[in-house]
Write a protein that binds this ligand. Structure first.
Ligand SMILES: [Zn+2]
Ligand SMILES: [Zn+2]
Length: 337
């Protein structure tokens, strides 16, 4: 079968590999229906930061059809559609046992510590799989993973009912956060995003006002009112510094963008204005919640995905996504294209 294989920094190839054999007792053999390229896949390709084994088949955002189940598998049967839970956590540590598996003491990711979904077939343990409805096309079902990440951000931010939320960065996660806030949770949203094509795309799926990252621009859209809930989805230190200066007293800022190195902050402002900064990492149960929201959101999500590409196109897509601005929020792979 064909699979994409990551060999090292900036080295991904599509090769013929052996089709996985029958699954172990607790495993499920899967035919991949669609997969999504994530910003973290590209970050790993560029920097090697999360290399755990090489070569490896990347891909932690995918949906698949069950083709064979191991002897002990009870929740799935051949023909079912499933999503991968991207977290390869241990399930045994104190965090995993207390329902905070995103903080696992030996956290890894599917497609990094084990083979992922950029292949015709793959195998995962039953516990790494979530059931999917067949009423939604596979290319939209791959969004259950990043939607789970976006839901986690909203839970961590925990905005007061109806409060305005300012979102810095309209990439995949920032865009999905804006979509969920406006369409599901009914919050007014202010978006900071410089890319005009991206903004135009997001306007098709979410309701938000645009502002520049300065006080005058922000106050012109909020009619002079302060904003108390903020999402940082750019990973830019300069943006975070600006959010700290713009945030009203008693604000909460949720960080989901990954930064390159340390950022210096006006910490006295955090103290004196009692500004809280909270992180948000992957998700706990939010992917399952995202799957429950998919029927309501599916058609909203369609404009955000690319025209599907095939496995053979992955190296060129990685190259393009790491060097050029692309308009879609999610590049989708369909192995059979
Ligand atoms: Zn991802
Ligand atoms: Zn654990």
């Amino acid at each position: 079968m064909k699979a994409a294989r990551l060999y090292g920094i900036q080295d991904i190839r599509v090769e013929d590999v052996e089709t996985p054999s029958s699954p172990q007792a607790d495993e499920v053999k899967l035919k991949v229906l669609a997969a999504g390229i994530c910003g973290s896949d590209l970050h790993n390709y560029k920097t090697g930061q999360w290399f755990a084994r090489l070569p490896v088949t990347p891909g932690h955002e995918f949906c698949a059809e069950v083709v064979e189940v191991g002897k002990k598998v009870t929740r799935f049967k051949p023909g079912d559609w499933v999503a991968a839970d991207s977290r390869a956590n241990c399930g045994e540590c104190d965090f995993c046992k207390s329902g905070r598996g995103n903080l696992c003491r030996s956290m890894g990711f599917v497609g990094e510590v084990c083979e992922g979904g950029f292949a015709e077939m793959t195998v995962l343990p039953e516990k790494r799989l979530l059931a999917l409805p067949k009423s939604i096309p596979p290319e939209l079902l791959v969004l259950s993973e990043p939607l789970g990440v976006a839901l986690r951000v909203i839970h961590q931010l925990n905005p007061a009912e109806g409060a305005t939320v300012a979102v810095a960065g309209g990439g995949t996660i920032g865009g999905l956060v804006a979509l969920l806030l406006s369409e599901v949770f009914h919050h007014p949203v202010v978006m900071f995003e410089r890319n005009t094509q991206r903004k135009a795309l997001l306007h098709k799926v979410a309701s938000f006002q645009e502002a520049d990252l300065d006080r005058e621009s922000l106050q012109s859209v909020t009619e002079g009112n302060d904003v108390y809930y903020w999402v940082e989805a750019t990973g830019s230190g300069a943006v975070l510094q600006q959010l700290v200066s713009l945030a009203g007293s008693g604000s909460r800022i949720c960080l989901v963008g990954l930064f390159n190195g340390d950022v210096s902050l006006n910490v006295n402002r955090l103290v004196e204005a009692e500004i809280q900064i909270v992180g948000s990492s992957v998700f706990c149960d939010e992917q399952a919640e995202a799957i429950r929201l998919l029927p309501q959101l599916a058609e909203k999500l369609r404009p955000l995905i690319s025209k599907p590409i095939g496995l053979a196109d992955i190296p060129a897509a990685y190259q393009k996504l790491t060097t050029e601005q692309v308009d879609s929020l999610k590049t989708v792979i369909i192995p059979e294209v």
